[in-house]
Design a binder for this molecule. Sequence first.
Ligand code: AHR
Length: 516
Amino acid sequence: MTARCLLAPLILLLLSGFANAETRVRIDASKPGPTIDKNVYGQFAEHLGRGIYGGLWVGEGSTIPNTRGLRNDVLGALKDLRVPLVRWPGGCFADQYHWRDGIGPRSLRKKTVNASWGGVVDDNAFGTHEFFDFVEQLGADAYVSINVGTGSPREMAEWVEYMTSDAKGAMANLRRANGRAKPWRVRYLGVGNETWGCGGSMTPEYSTDVFKHFATFIKTPPDNTPLVVASGGTNKQTNWTRHLLENVEESWTLRLDGISHHYYTLPTGQWDRKGSAIGFPEAEWFSTLFRTLEIRGILASNVRILDQLDKKKKVGFVVDEWGTWYDSAEGASQSDLYQQNSVRDAVLAALNFHAFHEFADRVRLTNIAQMINVLQAMILTDGERMLLTPTYHAFHLYRPFQGARHLPAVVRGAPEYRQGGQSIPKISATAALGTDGKLYLGLVNSHPRDSEQIRVESSTPVAKASGRMLTGASLDAHNTFAEPNRVRPTPVELPGSKGGLEISLPPRSILILALE
Ligand code: AHR
């Protein structure tokens, strides 16, 4: 079908029934708020399952087309996504990672056991040089997680010197001997990961002291100084944020630029029976979206503490792991965390973006977990085959929001979506002034069955609107290797009318429009 054939029914669909629109979305373009940092759309790549090996790295000798060992198909898709930042090497894995195992000639690299994820043997083919080659090919920022759990300040200091120094010291010379003359740019350093759990089972008090100890020894050249992120809390916790802010006093030798926080969405909220990625009942469509919307409260309560204790707004709130976590499919390895990805994941991702935009002055960096073949992935691979998930398409739709100025978009009169005595807003909206000067609107209909008539009003006249929409034929519509394009965006064009736009938004959908 041609794009023109697809477009005609879509325009009709979007215009039908507009006379009854009671739901209003009002955009105030006269009040641009904070910039939505591009790194809010960051990714996470851990040595876990087929996240790196097979998914991204196939090695130079592979029959799968690659550039210096990195799959070309995956690289192409990620470039098109404009991935702004990648966090590596973990996760829990980071606290068992010793960087020296991953440098030098690959044939001589030590084989290590990935004790965090299934005890599989890691041949360390993907190490520091390969990671930076990857982010440089993508044009993305690097976010490196430091091993605090089983590492030492010395090991960290030497790795930092290896990556960032241009002096003639031993570490920079070692890097040169391994084939890289110039230092790499490290945008973020994460000191510790989940120190409350797999990163050391620490209390906030002990963890804060450990952070100060390690962070004091981050010594970098003045023109290549990474922003430093401390390991913080999870879920609804706020005590980690408070404790860090009250106890880390910045000095000439210690800085704190961000506090990490993790929030995963489980359909049931139970780790022993999380819920399925596909084939789930409507009750789990609802509970998954209900739980993911709790991110808003988590951001609000932590940002309140940041605003109280960091008046200069220097410290960011870094949600460096978020996304869905489902039961592994029957027969699949439990430690690979491989899961399917449906239109529910795409809707959920968009709802998270809206929350991150709302708190854009503090939320300057997030990382969805994870990029390829792990948890809520952008890309799934099977040998030489690759597919783009609905979540990939959600990230793609929201590209214009990277670096845009957030605008108020108020939803009025929209019904609630109710299930089992609970409810969530049916319609969610976000707006921004893009770096290209255009006004962008993002709309989500979280209802699994009902469309919604919406009238969009803007403080500036709207002559036309164009963009793309994503929806799926069923609650768990997803792409497979046999049918990789079942869920993908379709183009939308709408005429403006005096004072606004009339839209009929289909169930379980995301719509992104540029208003002109
Ligand atoms: O993303 C998978 C794991 O979830 C990470 O390794 C860990 O930090 C978190 O518990």
